[in-house]
Design a protein around this ligand. Structure first.
Ligand SMILES: [Zn+2]
Length: 78
């Protein structure tokens, strides 16, 4: 990876961006308002839970996005 690689979810100016499309997103959400509804319902419900597994679920989401999994085929199993 290059030195320009930035942490997931933060734009160059520190603004929050969608993990899937890099458009602006709101605080407390992983995806923007266009991408979020494209996720399967069960995945959305699990990603909304904020408990000790929340970070592991986020990792599942990010891994699948990196693999090029279409939003409507994302699976969150935790
Ligand atoms: Zn998006």
């Amino acid at each position: 990876m290059t030195a320009t690689r930035r942490p997931h979810g933060a734009g160059p100016d520190g603004a929050l961006v969608c993990l899937a499309c890099d458009r602006p997103r709101e605080a407390g959400h992983y995806l923007c308002r266009s991408c979020w509804p494209a996720l399967p319902g069960p995945a959305r419900i699990r990603l909304c839970r904020r408990d000790r597994l929340a970070l592991a679920r986020l990792r599942q989401l990010v891994d699948q996005l990196h693999d090029g999994t279409p939003l409507n085929q994302i699976e969150i199993t935790l």
